[in-house]
Structure formats: C-alpha cells, structure tokens
Write a protein that binds this ligand. Structure first.
Ligand code: NAD
Length: 414
C-alpha cells in the first residue's frame, strides 16, 4: 500500500482521536490491537480437476459492545494487514452508529473474476467451514463486501445451517430477500451516503441542487450514492469503475448507467465521453466520492484534488498523509465510518428481523436508516464544531467515547 501499512494507518487515526479525547492509555493499549485474527488455508477442487489452496482471514477486532460484524472481501490484494484495518474501522463505525456490535472483517486472497461460479461456491463453503469455530449469530455475523454478493451470503448461511442441523438466517446479513434478507439492504450504503451528503450541505446552509459530483467506483456503493444524490437534485458529472471513466458536464444518466453496469459489469460500454480512469479524482466538482478501494488519495495526488468536500464511500480511501494535505488546503472530508455506515445500519435491521422472525416493509427500513444517519451526522457535526476538529476526528471521538463508557461499566476481565 501507499504511505505505509493499512493497520498502521488505522492506528494513527485512533491515536489522533485518543490524544484529543485524552483517552485512558490503558484502554488505548486494548483498542490499538485486534482481539483475534484467524488465518485459514482453503483447499478446493478447481473445475479442471486440480486442487488449489487459497488463503483466507477473519479478524474480530473488538467485541466489547456486542457480537462482531463485518464484510467478507474476495480480492487479490486481501492481506492480514488489510483485514485487521478494515475490522478496526468496523468497530468504530458500529460504535458511532450506536449499534449493538463490535467490528470484524474477512477476506480471501483470490481473483474472483477468474473463478467459475461453481469454484466460487466451493471456495465460500470451505472458507465458512474453516472459520466456523468463531462464527455465530451472537458471535460474529458476516456480510458482503468487494466482489461478494447476496449469493455468497446464501452459501455461507446454507453451509452454517447444514453443520448446525437447522436453518439459521441470522448468521449473515445481505442475504437474498427470500432467505430473510432485508428490504432496502442493497441500496442502504449508497442511500446513507446520500443522506449524509445532504445533511452536510444543509449544515453549511448550501443547496445540493445542481452541486457537481464525481464518483470513483460505480459499484454497489458508488452507483447507489450517485442514484440517490441525483434524485436529490445533484448533478453527477463523472463516474468511473475499474474499466474506465465517463464524463458529462450536463450530468450522466445514472439509471441508464446502472442498467449498463448490471448487464456488462463495466461502465465504458455506455456511450459517452471517456477520460483516463484516474483523472476522475481531479475533476472540477463540488463533491468527490471515492467508492472503490482504499488508498486512492495520498501524498502524491491530494494537492491536485479540486473538490470542496470528499465523502468517503470506500473504507480508507485517503491515507493519513493525504488527509493532512487536504486538511491544510481546507477540503472537508466526511469520514468512511460515518459516510458509508448505511450498510451496517440496515444489516443490523436485517439481523433483528431474522432473530425475531418478523419482516419489515421497505418504508420502515428506510425511515430507520434516515433516523440513524441524521442522528449520527448531527452528533459528529456538533462535536467537530464545538471542539474545532475535523469531521474524522469528531467521528472517532464519538465512537471511542461510547466504547470507553462500555469498558468503564464492564471493567477488564478477570
Ligand atoms: P463493488 O465491488 O460493488 O464496487 C467496487 C467498484 O470499484 C467496482 O465498480 C470496481 O470496478 C471499481 N473499481 C475498482 N478499482 C477501481 C479503480 N482503480 N478506479 C475506479 N474504480 C475502481 O464494491 P462495493 O460493495 O461498492 O464496495 C466499495 C467500497 O465500499 C469498498 O471499500 C467497501 O469496503 C466499501 N463499503 C461497502 C459497503 C457495502 O454495503 N457494499 C458498505 C460499507 C463500505
């Protein structure tokens, strides 16, 4: 990764907030390290009859508040370092959003685009089996992340249920609706991001109408964020994915772009003006939404960003060095643990529905998402204004305050 290890980056963000909060150093010693990380070998039979052994991880960072929660990622760049950092961010995110969860993350080092569906199914089922000793609806609840989908979650749920001898829908979230998935879950992260962006504009007494937006990573998060922001009156002038970048100063037709990506899994199949994929970051826009992967904005390119505000759709898209440059330049950054928390908010609602056996209408899910996101934004905004710190620092403060309070009551076992 650029600018150092990802876990180190997560730690630096924690230390900054800990200094501001004057966090008890004994508690910091606990929070700077993951509770446990399981590394597993995953042997599967490929379609050609050969055996291949993949490596996977599941990190449960901290469970002081409740069972751990976090996605599973399939990507060639997955590493223990990445999984630990992502699990730490999940811990702060769940605490900030007032959810009864700790944080976790999992992943398998693989290129899912080079595996058949049957191979992906075997990989998922064997990975589930290997991490079974630390999985459970009250222990750790996986969800989708990069290159994993509702289908992946269905395989995890089925594998877990087969071992237990009963059907257990509350073991994963982000499932297909027919298996107990929540209405509104697929759109939730992008919708939550749009709500946070709207609240930011409102707090600044500015209008979102006509605001120019660029979205890096037109996948689940980026695509839905673009859709809901354009419905709110903003103009999405640039969007990219791994295949390339499309621009239109008059505004891209987001629903048609989503149809194209659904059909061809690649944005540049849609007609329109193209620029180099990485030029997206430097477009003259009001809002930049990095919604692809981590470390996209760093010390070598942060000074070239023209956007006035960056809303982090991806986890960790800005390095601490990049963050410092943006802060000095007066670019506001709405941090990932707030901006992309809509997914885990609705995942929590999905878990509650599965545990209770009562399923909600979409309006009820969306109303709860709206309520939670607006409340968390207000908390972060008020803290940042009062303490004169960045929104990232304020979000960390709110999260750590909650975890510190939990430790104060629970004490340290034994
Ligand atoms: P996704 O696989 O649906 O989308 C990722 C997109 O990024 C794809 O369109 C891919 O082509 C694109 N991409 C990859 N490399 C790129 C590059 N260099 N330049 C431009 N685009 C590139 O994944 P997702 O679920 O939308 O997740 C995206 C990010 O959001 C990840 O960091 C993930 O951890 C985070 N996130 C996801 C959720 C969720 O609910 N899905 C929730 C919170 C955070």
């Amino acid at each position: 990764m650029i600018d150092g290890s990802l876990t180190r980056k997560a730690q630096k963000q924690l230390y900054k907030a800990a200094r501001e909060f004057k966090l008890d150093t004994n508690l910091l010693k606990i929070l700077e390290k993951p509770m446990r990380t399981l590394k597993v070998s995953i042997p599967i039979k490929l379609d050609n009859g050969k055996t291949k052994v993949f490596t996977g991880f599941r990190c449960q960072y901290n469970n002081a508040i409740g069972p751990t929660k976090g996605g599973v990622r399939y990507h060639p760049n997955v590493s223990e370092d990445e999984v630990v950092a992502l699990a730490a961010w999940m811990t702060w995110k769940c605490a900030l959003l007032d959810l009864p969860y700790g944080g976790a993350k999992g992943g398998i080092i693989c290129d899912p685009t080079k595996l058949s569906e049957a191979e992906l199914e075997r990989l998922t089922r064997r990975y589930t089996t290997e991490i079974m000793p630390i999985l459970g609806p009250h222990i750790d609840i996986p969800a989708p992340d990069v290159y994993t989908t509702s289908k992946t979650m269905a395989w995890i749920m089925d594998t877990f249920s087969m071992f237990k001898g009963y059907t257990e829908p509350s073991i994963v979230t982000g499932k297909p609706e027919i298996l107990g998935g929540s209405k509104g879950r697929k759109e939730a992260t992008g919708k939550g991001l749009a709500i946070i962006t709207r609240e930011f504009f409102k707090a600044q007494k500015k209008s979102l109408k006509g605001a120019k937006i660029a979205v890096q990573g037109f996948g689940n998060v980026g695509g839905h964020a673009a859709l809901f922001l354009s419905k709110m009156g903003a103009t999405v002038v640039a969007a990219s994915d791994a295949s390339g970048c499309l621009v239109n100063p008059g505004g891209l037709d987001i629903p048609r772009l989503m149809e194209c990506v659904e059909k061809y899994a690649c944005i540049i199949k849609h007609p329109g003006k193209q620029i180099h994929r990485d030029e997206l970051l430097f477009q003259d826009v009001d809002v930049l939404i990095p919604a692809a992967l981590e470390d996209q904005i760093h010390k070598n390119n942060a000074s070239k960003i023209k956007a006035k505000v960056i809303v982090e759709g991806a986890n960790g898209p800005i390095t601490p060095e990049g963050d410092e440059i943006l802060e000095k330049r007066g670019v506001d950054v709405i941090p990932d643990i707030l901006a992309n928390a809509g997914g885990v908010v609705v995942s929590h609602l999905e878990w509650v529905q599965a545990l209770s056996g009562l399923y909600w209408e979409e309006e009820q899910v969306n109303a709860e998402l709206e309520r939670k996101m607006v409340k968390a934004f207000k908390q972060v905004w008020d803290k940042a204004t009062k303490r004169k710190v960045t929104l990232r620092c304020a979000a960390y403060l709110a999260a750590i305050e909650r975890i510190a309070e939990v430790y104060r009551y629970r004490g340290l076992f034994p």
